[in-house]
Design a protein around this ligand. Structure first.
Ligand SMILES: C[S@@+](CC[C@H](N)C(=O)[O-])C[C@H]1O[C@@H](n2cnc3c(N)ncnc32)[C@H](O)[C@@H]1O
Length: 423
């Protein structure tokens, strides 16, 4: 990251701008709202809740909105999700009771009913393991400090004018979603435990100390970091951090402890090119969040080869979510073996983004015939990166030549012909 360039997005959460990629990290209409709408609300909870241990792959973690909004969602909806889980388990069991009742004698059936009575669970998942990847270590470290839910923000940052971001910021959201401090504390604790060296990066400390940026950071968390750095507690002993935190944010902490067990959460921090990480990864993921910069700026994370590897490391009933609905991304997914569908945004009543799965039955909003047709046009020619080592510029150059030499029709010719009912 060449420079830290924050501003407030429309829902009172912080957004960033990248000079290197000349791209915004987050939707200016609301960074946290976007995370919920594209990565969390579309999750098929009935499928996910069938699992007691889940694995999540957060590709391009940035300042962590996608992981944090997942944890926050289950934190805030614990009762509802536990009830849903009980219903799912009971439903599955009832099916087997029914099966047993008609196929075996009464004794066996009775046993099952006794078992049925004992079903209870006080946690949604036994264990949540998140693997979070980003090239930028500074963003990992800053992530627990970022403010959300700021209602009376003022944006006077230069970058808004320089990069024309102002035009997105006209209409403020009516809602100001917030990440609970308890979640930020878990993230900070895990960073202190698993990756203590990045806590000491002088650049991070200078960004956190800079008055110009103070409105974007949680000041109580800065105090916590100071304590960790000066007292150097043994980071393996989480209880020490718990006690410190207790003093800083006792209400939220107590509430959190009652509702959510800290040892349930594994946070694997990977500061690297996402291609290197997934190449070696032996896990099978239930959820994959793909939040790379736009394909034309960061094609290496949208190639056929990248999706092929993601297919290999996804569970049979896993789900991949991304904000992109571009034809070339979708055709690379299909070529890699995925079934694809739309993500429906309830608030805006429109489709936004793509869900990719192995099991077609998990698709709630299939893509239209017209959109499928587009995949066969030039717009559906995908990026390639056979050895997982190509630079973005080289991937773009090869793709450009392939498109120019293609005998496929263009997307506009296709749409025109469709309008005339020729196709
Ligand atoms: C759109 S932002 C992600 C925003 C993020 N999900 C959040 O909640 O803040 C894209 C991220 O991709 C990272 N990135 C760019 N190229 C990458 C690569 N090859 N491998 C891993 N991360 C990469 C950037 O550092 C940046 O943080």
């Amino acid at each position: 990251m060449s420079e830290f360039q924050p501003y407030f997005t429309n829902d009172g959460s912080v957004g960033l701008y990248s000079q290197d990629f000349d791209d915004i990290y987050h939707s200016a209409s609301g960074a946290l709202t976007e995370a919920y709408e594209k990565f969390i609300y579309p999750i098929n909870w009935e499928v996910l809740l069938n699992h007691d241990d889940i694995k999540i792959l957060d590709i391009c973690y940035g300042i962590g909105y996608n992981t944090k909004s997942f944890l926050n969602f289950i934190f805030e909806n614990k009762k509802k999700l536990i009830n849903l889980k009980k219903n799912i388990k009971n439903k599955n069991l009832n099916n087997s009771i029914y099966y047993e009742a008609i196929h075996t004698n009464n004794n066996n059936t009775k046993k099952l009913y006794v078992y049925n009575d004992t079903i209870h669970t006080d946690n949604i998942f036994n264990k949540i393991s998140v693997t979070a990847i980003d090239k930028d270590e500074i963003l990992f470290e800053l992530s627990p400090f970022i403010k959300t839910g700021v209602k009376n923000f003022k944006n006077n940052s230069d970058i808004l004018h320089k990069h024309d971001i102002n035009k997105y910021l006209n209409h403020r959201n009516k809602k100001f979603p917030k990440i609970n401090d308890f979640i930020n504390f878990q993230i900070l604790t895990k960073i202190a435990q698993n990756c203590p060296k990045i806590l000491k990066n002088p650049l991070i400390l200078s960004i956190l100390a800079d008055k110009e940026y103070s409105k974007y950071f949680k000041s109580d968390f800065k105090g916590l970091l100071k304590y960790i750095l000066t007292n150097r507690p043994n980071h393996n002993k989480l209880s020490i951090l718990h006690n410190i935190y207790y003093r800083y944010l006792s209400y939220s902490y107590k509430r959190g402890l009652k509702r959510y067990k800290i040892q349930d959460f594994d946070f694997n921090i990977k500061i690297d090119d996402a291609r290197n990480v997934i190449k070696e990864d032996k896990n099978l993921y239930n959820l994959i969040f793909l939040d790379a910069f736009t394909p034309s700026k960061c094609p290496c994370l949208w190639t056929y080869e990248f999706f092929k590897r993601l297919y290999e490391i996804m569970e049979q009933d896993g789900m991949l979510f991304t904000y992109s609905s571009s034809s070339q991304v979708r055709s690379a997914m299909i070529e890699a073996g995925f079934e694809i569908g739309n993500i429906y945004n309830n608030r805006l009543n429109k489709f936004q983004g793509t869900v990719a799965v192995k099991n077609k039955a998990l698709i709630n909003h299939p893509i239209s015939e017209a959109d499928f047709g587009l995949l066969k046009t030039r717009a559906g020619i995908f990026y390639r990166d056979e050895n997982f080592t190509a630079q973005n510029e080289a991937i773009i150059a090869v793709h450009k030549t392939e498109v120019e030499n293609s005998d496929r029709i263009s997307s506009s010719q296709y749409l025109k012909a469709r309008r005339k009912n020729e196709l």
